[in-house]
Design a binder for this molecule. Structure first.
Ligand SMILES: Nc1nc2c(ncn2[C@@H]2O[C@H](COP(=O)(O)OP(=O)(O)OP(=O)(O)O)[C@@H](O)[C@H]2O)c(=O)[nH]1
Ligand SMILES: [Mg+2]
Length: 212
């Protein structure tokens, strides 16, 4: 009887847990986004910790939402650290790929003078080509939209995202979206989390959540 009651209690109080990995080049704003999500969804609404340093290991946190636990994995984007990303692919339920919209030239691959747009393309293609990310919802965030020198989201869609999806290196079918955000000011961050929530639930038969 005790065990039955305990089991029922567990069933009634347990929640689905979904994991999201934050990817993107170094300096894109992953840790800033992570801190902003933590603060926005914390019941006490503390000030976000926006003074970041380049991530070398990983930052992880679990956010409690009404319908799920959201586990965020924030990893380092420096070249030497990117090879570690693949160890997260099999267990993630969604990928957030963050782009620094002020560091991609004019957003068009054909006249990419800075070189970082092409670097972004190659890195994104590499993520999408990995068989362990097949079918996983992908949210691309055009970050730093608060800055005057940013490339706007439509240009990023046309100049980068469309090309990646049209290329033969990203053929698998997946849910994807491009959203403008400012991780620094928090603009667009709630919308980003809402999109992730709905798409991970939609995809839960392919990638079941963990019950906690
Ligand atoms: N203006 C502006 N600056 C931002 C924004 N997001 C991040 N930054 C700045 O960009 C720099 C890098 O931000 P991080 O969040 O540390 O970048 P990261 O992607 O975690 O970098 P790595 O850990 O090295 O991979 C910091 O100086 C941030 O303050 C934004 O939306 N707007
Ligand atoms: Mg970081």
């Amino acid at each position: 009887m005790y065990h039955l009651a305990k089991g029922l209690y567990r069933l009634a109080t347990s929640k689905e847990e979904y994991s999201v990995i934050l990817l993107g080049l170094d300096n894109a704003g992953k840790t800033t986004f992570h801190e902003q999500v933590k603060a926005l969804f914390h019941p006490d609404r503390p000030e976000p910790k926006l003074k970041t340093v380049p991530t070398v290991g990983q930052n992880v946190s679990t956010i409690t939402l009404p319908d799920m636990y959201l586990k965020l994995w924030d990893v380092g984007g420096q070249l030497s650290l990117r090879k570690l990303w693949q160890s997260y692919y099999a267990s993630c339920h969604a990928i957030v790929f963050i782009i620094d919209s002020t560091d991609i030239g004019d957003g068009n691959l054909e006249h990419d003078s800075s070189g970082r747009l092409d670097e972004c393309r190659l890195v994104l293609e590499d993520v999408l080509q990995n068989s362990e990310t097949e079918g996983v919802p992908l949210l691309i965030l055009a970050n730093k939209q608060d800055r005057e020198d940013c490339v706007e989201v439509v240009r990023i869609k046309e100049g980068l995202v469309k090309r990646v999806f049209e290329g033969d290196k990203a053929s698998s079918i997946r849910d994807s979206r491009v959203l403008p955000v400012s991780a620094l000011t928090g603009t667009g961050v709630t919308e980003a989390v809402d999109w992730l929530r709905s798409r991970m639930k939609w995809n839960k038969e392919s990638r079941p959540p963990v019950m906690r």
